[in-house]
Design a binder for this molecule. Structure first.
Ligand SMILES: Cc1cc2nc3c(=O)[nH]c(=O)nc-3n(C[C@H](O)[C@H](O)[C@H](O)COP(=O)(O)O)c2cc1C
Ligand code: SF4
Length: 637
């Protein structure tokens, strides 16, 4: 497994790259007061050290204050801001990687009041520039962007990636459905591409002919009447003629973002074929992107001539060392992104921001280091779910003497069930990686060993970690203990479903995923949720996909409604207007937030000096929060 194609050097324009792996833009939004801080620096130091040949960094504000998005956006218009970026680029360069700046301009402009064509956004009014800007304004924006590229070169970036996808300004101009202009920038393909081709020429004029320009190009919008391959192959040719040095074959627009950032619903590498088609139309390098997370797949893309480079965003968030591990054949050591979009999307996780479900260090590289413990301690970890395994592995890496007890005969806890719902098979990869890490450690594992207070006290470990998980809860509804009622975990464990009429109480992620799993096959599924919305905790892309599947499967939904009684195959409901209703049920599944299983922790905390609850035993959450709390605990011992 040498992955010789993936690890052969190549060039984008004049920029020499040590391998074919590019880290696609992952806007961290970590900046404070628009400056680089240690959180950003350490995030990217890890990705550069991990071996990515090229990292795409977010576009600093090019038009301050008119197009300023706020303190989470970097600036480089004044030296006090640019200094931090120069230092960041130095850090990346020292690790042998290169960095391009994404060159973009906001697609909307804030206007003070409601004017023709404006729409309301966050309490103010915005106009969409693609159609609203005059030709003079377009010239002005081109100038600003070209100057931005010149400034990028001055600051030390190795090139720019022009954003012509993601439903942003240039992508809207390229689109036959979104571009409504009838002037020089609308109508024919050449006109729709004119802004982009002029920009490429202007960037070369401002930053130098040898300054690499890569285009992140929307090749298919995947909307009726939208931009498709016939157009985009021609645009690729125009872009090449204008002087571009490489093309990233991207796809989707704002309404099809699930294609741009493919979730677990999508097969691996859904956009590779677009790259292959673009590659046949141009002679400059082409980059494949989208759900590429295995070195084998990446190597084949290059080896089979479908693209010259691969770009990955989330896989390198999940495992910054992917390139190094692949290069040295340590494929099983790679922590795979599971495309959940739980912790990395939108605002990420409160208190941390964008981070990662499977990599507890993402976004915390600046404050978490696995360093040897100052004093070796004996550690007993109770519970072999993700939190317990993670705590044990990290404590072992730090040199502690660790034993892990799991009461069942299998490791994994609730994570064993995470891959059962539709399209969630990839979630089982989390457990594969954790078990693999545990196998490589010195941790002594005892399966089928129920924790007993007397035994723990007799063993007298220096530290006990209670990773005992959570237990299902039942709401106080008359009839809740009848035979009709079960909880989601039991259904996942037993896979036993009774009858055709299923009522699920709780419309959070577990409730809705259970409905997605069980609906259809002539089964009628109803969700009852007390809140005004379903799955409030899920990020927009997976949430919209799940809701659309529920609607396709004709799942009935009652929001702002609670169950008041369960009796003889009937669930009585009451909505917020106190209207009552009865629905028939062959089975009622409770899917409400579980509670911590912390009885062992409570029993031990006054008997042993150091007892720490981690994961769900501390506070029920997702696998990401369990891994982070376990890591934090293990780093403090
Ligand atoms: C949370 C998140 C935010 C993103 N924001 C941007 C963005 O602002 N601009 C952009 O060009 N791509 C953005 N992307 C898309 C990535 O650059 C990449 O094209 C996409 O995630 C597919 O690659 P992957 O499957 O390797 O993650 C974002 C991706 C994620 C996960
Ligand atoms: S949060 Fe999920 S989708 Fe995002 S990088 Fe991590 S594993 Fe991948």
């Amino acid at each position: 497994m040498s992955f010789s194609h993936l690890f052969s050097p190549a060039k984008i324009g004049e920029c020499s790259l040590k391998n074919r792996i590019i880290m696609a833009l992952f806007p961290t939004k970590y900046a404070t007061e628009s400056k680089v801080n240690p959180k950003i620096t350490e995030f990217y130091r890890a990705r550069a050290r991990g071996g990515a040949a090229l990292i795409i960094l977010d576009c600093p504000c090019l038009d301050y204050p008119r197009a300023y998005k706020g303190p989470h956006e970097l600036r480089f218009d004044m030296e006090e801001y640019a200094t931090g970026i120069k230092e960041l680029l130095n850090v990346i360069h020292k690790q042998g990687s290169k960095a391009f700046m994404q060159l973009n301009y906001p697609k909307e402009r804030v206007v003070g009041q409601e004017i023709a064509g404006a729409r309301e956004k966050e309490g103010g009014w915005v106009v969409s520039l693609a159609n609203a800007m005059s030709l003079d304004e377009a010239d002005e924006i081109l100038e600003i962007m070209a100057n931005g590229a010149g400034k990028a070169r001055e600051t030390g970036y190795d090139g720019v990636e022009i954003q012509a996808s993601y439903g942003d300004l240039i992508a809207q101009l390229l689109s036959p459905v979104l571009n409504k202009r009838s002037d020089d920038l609308g109508g024919t393909i050449e006109n729709r591409a004119l802004f982009l081709t002029r920009l490429i020429k202007k960037v070369k004029a401002a930053a130098g002919r040898d300054f690499p320009v890569m285009i992140k190009l929307v090749c298919d919008e995947f909307v009726p009447g939208g931009l498709g391959m016939d157009d985009s192959r021609k645009i690729a040719g125009l872009v090449e003629d204008a002087g571009a040095d490489a093309i990233v074959a991207n796809a989707g627009n704002k309404s099809t973002k699930f294609i741009t950032i493919p979730t677990h619903e999508s097969p691996p590498g859904p956009l590779i074929d677009l790259a292959a088609q673009i590659k046949r139309s141009v002679s400059i390098p082409v980059v494949a992107i989208g759900k590429i997370n295995s070195p084998d797949m990446a190597d084949k893309i290059i080896g089979q001539g479908k693209a010259d480079f691969v770009a990955m965003a989330r896989e390198l968030v999940a495992d910054p060392d992917f390139p190094q591990k692949a290069a040295s054949g340590r494929v099983d050591d790679i922590n795979r992104c599971v495309f959940c979009l739980e912790d990395c999307a939108e605002k990420g996780v409160p208190g941390i921001g964008r981070c990662c479900t499977v990599n507890p260090f993402a976004g915390l590289e600046y404050c978490w280091k696995v360093s040897p413990a100052s004093k070796k301690k004996s550690l007993l970890v109770i519970g072999g779910g993700p939190g317990g395994i993670q705590a044990a592995v990290i404590a072992d890496k730090r040199g502690h003497d660790v034993e892990l007890w799991e009461q069942s005969d299998q490791l994994g806890g609730q994570a064993r069930l995470a891959g059962i719902a539709p399209f969630k098979e990839e979630m089982s990869e989390i457990l594969r990686y954790l078990k693999h890490s545990l196998n490589k450690s010195n941790v002594r594992v005892r399966l089928g060993h129920k924790a007993d207070l007397t035994e723990i006290i007799a063993l007298a470990p220096d530290v006990v970690i209670a990773a005992t998980g959570s237990r299902s809860r039942r709401p106080p509804v008359p009839g809740i203990d009848s035979d009709l009622v079960t909880d989601a975990r039991q259904v996942y464990e037993s896979r036993a479903v009774t009858g055709q009429k299923i009522v699920i109480i709780g419309g959070g992620d577990i409730g809705c995923e259970t409905a997605d799993w069980l609906a259809g096959h002539e089964r009628k599924v109803t969700i009852v949720e007390i809140l005004p919305k379903l799955i409030t905790g899920m990020k927009k892309i997976p949430r919209e996909r799940l809701l659309s599947r529920l609607s396709e499967k004709k799942v009935d939904v009652f929001i702002e409604t609670q169950a008041t009684c369960i009796k003889e195959n009937t669930v009585r409901l009451r909505n917020k207007d106190h209207e009552e209703l009865s629905i028939e049920a062959d089975m009622v599944i409770i899917a409400i937030r579980p509670e911590s299983e912390d009885s062992l922790f409570q029993a031990l905390k006054n008997k042993r000096k150091q007892v720490i609850a981690v994961g769900d035993a501390a506070s029920p959450g997702n696998i990401g929060s369990a891994l982070r709390s376990a890591t934090e605990a293990a780093l403090k011992i």
